[in-house]
Design a protein around this ligand. Structure first.
Ligand code: HEC
Length: 148
């Protein structure tokens, strides 16, 4: 029994160590973390766009800044060895149409920059912010597994 416990403990420590190194340089983990951050910063402006929250200029600008800053990095986080694992929702189509997929990130970053310059008040927010989010939807529709 003692030996079994020791073995289990050793295996757990090994697994934890492996998990750490994987988290540090696993592109799937890193892209999911960035997307999750985007989901968080998009909540406020997304709700404001639907009229479910008050317009908040700072929150809208913070979200735009995150999209503009992270897009280039995200585009590099889909190497050939990251098609499976970690419950990824990335579809194989990404690797069949890489240039098209990467172009959406570029457009998102450009649109975010333009919207950031254009948005000064609630009226400009209402016309400009949705255009930026259109890029999220365009990519998710084609390249991300639907939640069931
Ligand atoms: C060019 C493609 C593309 C664009 C643009 C894009 N996404 Fe995604 N998104 C994905 C893919 C692919 C995944 C699945 C990643 C995985 O599981 O490996 C994903 C996952 C997510 C997730 C789930 C993260 C998790 O694992 O919990 C959120 C939230 C998200 N995206 C938000 C956004 C928002 C907000 C935008 C726009 C500002 C956006 N995405 C733009 C492709 C994209």
């Amino acid at each position: 029994m003692k030996k079994l416990v020791t073995t289990i403990l050793a295996a757990t420590v090994l697994a934890a160590g492996a998990g750490l190194s994987v988290a540090a340089d696993n592109p799937i983990v890193e892209r999911q973390k960035i997307f999750k951050g985007w989901g968080d910063v998009t909540k406020q402006p997304g709700a404001a766009l639907k009229g479910e929250a008050k317009f908040d200029l700072a929150a809208a600008q913070a979200a735009l800044k995150a999209y503009a800053t992270d897009s280039a990095r995200l585009a590099t986080l889909f190497p050939d060895n990251s098609k499976t694992g970690n419950d990824t929702a990335a579809l194989p189509k990404i690797w069949q149409e890489k240039p098209k997929f990467e172009a959406i990130y570029k457009k998102l970053a450009e649109d975010a920059g333009k919207a950031s310059a254009a948005i000064k008040d609630e009226a400009t927010f209402k016309t400009e912010f949705g255009k930026v989010l259109g890029n999220c939807k365009a990519c998710h529709d084609d390249y991300r597994q639907k939640k069931s």
